[in-house]
Design a protein around this ligand. Structure first.
Ligand SMILES: Cc1cc2nc3c(=O)[nH]c(=O)nc-3n(C[C@H](O)[C@H](O)[C@H](O)COP(=O)(O)OP(=O)(O)OC[C@H]3O[C@@H](n4cnc5c(N)ncnc54)[C@H](O)[C@@H]3O)c2cc1C
Length: 325
């Protein structure tokens, strides 16, 4: 975690790419789940008041408590700024009404960072607040039945005049959208690192498998056509890794083009991860299709990395925008 004052590990985003790469070699679904919690904790650290940091971070950092990030709604995903969850303020609390869709950790987490509309219909009308599990008016949809990421729950988060105390405002009113986007810079690096680690794991398993599996009187790693495919994968993995570390370094150092690089890294590495995992499945032949060999799980888990935290089409939009300024 990235919180020095609250006794976190004090690691950088660059460090985090190594941590999430390593974790996802065991399970990309669990690693990615942790990465969303990590993104939320980093948002509280960066934008939260001292009171909020003291209230939430110590237990978040030791992972006694877990956080979810709630931006997407049934009617707005890529166009996140069109969100409709409405927030009203009284002297004592905020009252939220609306539905968040696809929330990782929905119904499981101890608290939710909710982006809600409290002002005009533009990004400046959006405010971020933290809602505790058990808050009045907070309920959850059914468990989504997903292709991958099956180790972690995804549910709708529903709010009907859901109350959260005024102190649970994250940062300043009207800045919630910029906090949500800033959180995603780091989140996109984390997700990319999860694709990288899982793809590396698939590759390592595939090389071991090919050294044992025989066809036409020799092990299949002796066929030059397949050696060339392994060489291509090695080049893809190493170049993606180098680019990811570079983007993380940019974010750590506050480079003006850090968002541009985080978007490029997310697209490049998650596309590469899915392609490599799929290639590894092919190199296993029919056995790659069987659950026992573990490769099909990696293919299923990595697919969503091309969709969430901004689809890879949206990553191209961010990159193109950077080119025109
Ligand atoms: C398993 C899972 C977990 C998730 N976890 C969370 C979470 O914890 N918190 C959260 O807030 N959200 C979460 N999401 C939501 C995720 O971020 C959204 O699904 C994603 O942003 C895409 O939004 P959408 O599904 O509404 O697709 P849409 O926005 O409807 O997009 C549909 C298609 O159109 C494309 N498209 C849209 N606009 C453009 C454009 N201008 N130009 C080109 N192409 C475009 C998209 O790339 C996509 O291919 C999760 C999603 C999944 C599947």
């Amino acid at each position: 975690m990235f919180v020095k004052r609250m006794a976190g590990a004090g690691l950088t985003r660059l460090d985090a790419t190594l941590v999430f790469e390593a974790l996802s070699m065991a399970c990309p679904s669990v690693a990615a789940f942790l990465s969303i919690h990590n993104m939320c904790a980093a948002m509280i650290d960066k934008f939260g008041s001292d009171l909020l940091r003291k209230k939430y971070l110590p237990k978040a950092l030791s992972m006694e408590t877990f956080f979810s990030y709630c931006l997407t709604e049934p009617g707005s995903g890529s166009d996140a700024a069109a969100l409709k969850t409405k927030g009203d303020k009284s002297n004592l609390d905020y009252s939220l009404t609306g539905t968040k869709a696809f929330i990782s950790g929905g119904g499981y987490s101890d608290a939710y960072i909710i982006m809600a509309r409290m002002g005009d219909d533009d990004t400046k009308g959006i405010t971020a607040v933290i809602v505790d599990d058990g808050a009045v008016g907070l309920t959850f949809g059914g468990l989504e039945d997903k292709m991958g990421w099956r180790s972690q729950p995804t549910r709708q988060v529903q709010m009907d005049e859901c109350k959260t105390p005024i102190e649970n405002l994250l940062g300043e009113e009207g800045k919630g959208f910029s906090y949500a986007m800033a959180g995603l810079d780091g989140g996109r690096l984390n997700i990319a690192a999860c694709s990288l680690g899982a793809a590396q794991q698939a590759f390592d398993q595939t090389r071991a498998y090919m050294a044992e599996r025989k066809a036409f009187g020799k092990t299949i790693d002796k066929f030059q056509a397949l050696q060339f495919r392994l060489a291509d994968i090695e080049i893809e993995l190493q170049s993606a890794r180098t680019f990811l570390r570079h983007a993380a370094w940019k974010l750590d150092n506050g480079a003006p083009d850090a968002t541009h690089f985080c978007a490029m890294a997310k697209k490049l590495v998650t596309d590469m991860g899915s392609k490599v995992a799929n290639d590894c499945l092919q190199l296993h032949g029919g056995y790659g299709y069987l659950a026992d060999y573990g490769i099909e799980k990696i293919v299923r888990d990595l697919r969503v990395h091309q969709i969430l935290e901004g689809t890879n089409e949206i990553m191209r939009i961010i990159v193109a925008r950077g080119l025109s300024t």
